[in-house]
Design a protein around this ligand. Structure first.
Ligand code: HEM
Length: 408
């Protein structure tokens, strides 16, 4: 593992002192040794400082993700959100349980269709080419700054109908609001949580200037709400969906692109193999997702007393489901720490599992594939300038904030 500059409090994990702290930047730089110890020594782990339980083995995480009756999202599915005990606006499906979740997800799924996603491919390619073409001939560039932070934002912005001139400001704000080094969790999830004022004006503008984007479609969609009334979405509801999609779809995809650059820099043979045979792209992206889950921890509230490993997890507890650890569980994946683009993956848990399975998974996969395809169209050799690389420490995603690549 390359050295990564570490910030924040230092935690020593000695042999007889197993401590997992998701907010510790030192651990976050390389959480895999701790996660392995959790799987081996404490498959049901309890963190006293933040008062949460953790499941880390595949056989525990996968069924828990699908058992929404026991493991609920209604108080939030991000650890800080549950702990902050804040009011969550309706429509944030990530933080909802059935029946509301089903109604709202069904509604979003009607506009966010696989057909609409795959029709986006030429646009995704255009955005990618626009990012990469100016870099041809450069000796080095930052993969995050130049591509990872740009293309997913352009894509979701295009999909929603947000003018390009304003996308950067929105992305900056979303990023800043999610960064643990810049924003406290109170600020992050307090009054300003899901502050959608930045999108409000676009909704009003779109109402007057309809187009074929998602925002227009949301304005025109009729649906049956929980009271049985058939109606259109309110401005506030649309605002919630737009903020949710921009929030959920941006950073995670940025991180996927970063991991793609990092892992393939470290595995030149596999990189060249994909360059020669592009039919390997889809499975390569799946292996990248398995190997480094951009969204590594899903949190839940426990709705009833649960017996696990001889202990009772009481109703009302917080349970974290470490999907990134499950993806590296040697009980489920042979040689899990070996990166292999030919690996047959039945199901990794990087997009979750069950009713909250990532709504944007097909879009994210497409973006990952196009990004790698276009990188390989220009360069088959690159390395990472480790001295200047930096991991982002955010509460919801794990990955690179700066990843300078030197080109061969
Ligand atoms: C849900 C990961 C990209 C929209 C989820 C969940 C995960 C995830 C793990 C489940 C959360 C839980 O169980 O509590 C990822 C990763 C991505 C990605 C790793 C990129 C590599 C996207 C994109 C969009 C999106 C591009 C949309 C533009 C959503 C939404 C949900 C969700 C709306 C909530 C679904 C529900 O609660 O029913 N994502 N996501 N995601 N994702 Fe993604």
């Amino acid at each position: 593992q390359p050295h990564v500059e570490g910030q924040g409090p230092l935690t020593t994990i000695s042999a007889d002192d197993l401590y997992y702290d998701p907010f510790d930047f030192e651990i976050d730089n390389d959480p895999y040794p701790v996660w392995r110890r959790l799987r081996d020594e404490a498959p049901l782990y309890y963190n006293e400082r933040y008062e949460f339980y953790a499941l880390s083995r595949y056989t525990d995480v996968a069924p828990a993700l699908t058992d929404w009756q026991t493991y609920r999202s209604g108080k939030g599915s991000v650890l800080e959100v549950i702990r902050a005990n804040i009011e969550i606006p309706p429509g944030v499906i990530l933080f909802e349980d059935p029946p509301l979740h089903d109604i709202h997800r069904g509604l979003l799924a009607r506009v966010f269709t696989p057909k609409r996603m795959s029709a986006l491919e030429p646009k995704i390619r255009e955005f990618t080419v626009r990012c990469l073409d100016p870099l041809v001939g450069a000796g080095t560039f930052d993969l995050i700054q130049q591509l990872g932070a740009q293309m997913p934002m352009r894509t979701i912005g295009f999909l929603l109908g947000i003018p390009e001139s304003d996308q950067e400001a929105i992305r900056d704000r979303l990023d800043k609001g999610m960064n643990l080094e810049e924003t406290s969790s109170e600020e992050m999830y307090g009054d300003g949580f899901l502050d959608g004022s930045m999108f409000a004006e676009y909704i009003d503008w779109r109402a007057k200037h309809p187009s074929d984007d998602l925002m227009t479609e949301m304005l025109n969609t009729e649906f049956e709400d929980e009271t049985g009334t058939v109606r259109r979405l309110s401005r506030e509801e649309i605002l919630t969906y737009v903020t949710l999609l921009a929030g959920a779809g941006n950073e995670t995809t940025t991180r996927l692109i970063g991991w793609t650059g990092k892992l393939l820099a470290e595995h030149p043979d596999q990189r060249r193999e994909i360059a020669r045979d592009r039919s390997l792209l889809p499975n390569a992206i799946e292996e990248i997702l398995r190997f480094e889950a951009p969204s590594p921890i899903q949190a839940r509230s426990v709705a009833r007393d649960v017996e696990l490993y001889g202990q009772t997890v009481p109703e009302g507890s917080i349970m974290t489901l470490l999907n990134a650890s499950a993806n590296r569980d040697e009980r489920h994946f042979p040689d899990p720490d070996i990166f292999d683009i030919h690996r047959r993956i039945d199901r990794h848990l990087s997009f979750g599992y069950g009713i909250h399975f990532c709504l944007g998974a097909s879009l994210a996969r497409l973006e990952g594939r196009v990004a790698l395809d276009e990188l390989l169209n220009r360069w088959t050799d690159w390395d990472v300038d480790w001295g200047n690389a930096k991991l982002a420490h955010t509460s919801t995603a794990r990955g690179w904030e700066r990843l300078p690549v030197t080109l061969g």
